[in-house]
Design a binder for this molecule. Sequence first.
Ligand code: PLP
Length: 412
Amino acid sequence: NKKKSLSAYEKACELIPGGVNSPVRAFKSVGGKPVFIEKAKGSKVFDIDGNAYIDYVGSWGPMILGHAYEPIVETIRRQALDGTSYGAPTLLETRMAELIVSMVPSVEMVRMVNSGTEATMSAIRLARGYTERNKIIKFAGCYHGHGDSFLIKAGSGAVTLGLPDSPGVTESIAKDTLTAEYNNIQSVEALFDAYPGEIAAVIVEPVAGNMGVVLPELSFLKGLRELTTRYHALLIFDEVITGFRLAKGGAQEYFGIVPDLTTLGKIIGGGLPVGAYGGKKEIMQQLAPVGPVYQAGTLSGNPLAMAAGIVMLETLNNNPSIYTELDRKAGKLAQGIRNNLQKTGIPGVVNRAGSLMTLFFTNLSGVKSFDDVMQSDKQRYAAYFQSSLEAGIYLAPSQFEAAFVSHAHTDE
Ligand code: PLP
């Protein structure tokens, strides 16, 4: 019975640009048919025709504890009864900040926003205010949200996520965004040399999730730390994907690098819209009203979102075994992929950190391990794996989507 979803699709196309294909939807269509999700529980989502699907991507990252996780549902219900937005600081916001500061090594002070995009744009604004410089170095293929200046071609002609220039983006915006090459420290140094005293910050995905889980060379991250310090620019780790995921303290803990500013999103709100950015006190205190850099948001730190985020972060913070268990599974996953590569005779390397990152991108509540998928559904897994290989990347987010499609279960 696809009648319901087909008529819903027509209506969506009339009202929403792109209909169900509007960007960043994990579930667009299955078998070429549009899918409208009605509800979700655990690792599954259910469409309006009553079909169930496994949500491998955890709704593009945030739902790592599964959909409608009881403790989060309960806290949202209780908080809704106490009010959802006060426009004033709360104990909840303070508790959330306390958790972030205790979990993320470099963060001494933190400000809440509503998304990863807001977090990165605010961090950049702050870096510009703090350094009184304008130019930002980013890396080709790294994604930092939909803020205008990041969706444009810059410097060496790189394109973010294959997105074209937005018409109307002016040269003046473009010229302040310089693009370097990931894992190529010389390309960063060349930009520092070309623009002496002009670069405010380097922003990097410490694991390039948006390039298909490309791991950094440790020497590259160390080089970024060293160069930014030498040239008095700030190092911003965009940990919207890696935060609380690669390790409890994110990529900075995993790789032992201390950035100046960190941006967070996805997991942090337990499925509600929350982003955050934080770092050294001295820098964060440049924010108004203490300092001159203005940044504020109507719903930032709202108690409903904070309540959900607190349950999410406390769950991760109080259960370190989640991380050791994941690391174990990551080892197995890396081994499984290596074996598969060997069987197909295709050369390739998948290491533990890459697997860990990948595994933690998934919804952990029911799809506990990719081994389950492999064993229960060898043929489909083979197709999935093959598609990863053909794309030249392993288990990239876009491949998860393909995996979802090919693994679509129409039974419960
Ligand atoms: N930064 C990174 C590394 C991301 O992957 C994303 C989103 O995927 C963002 C920033 C933007 O976050 P949001 O989509 O919550 O605005």
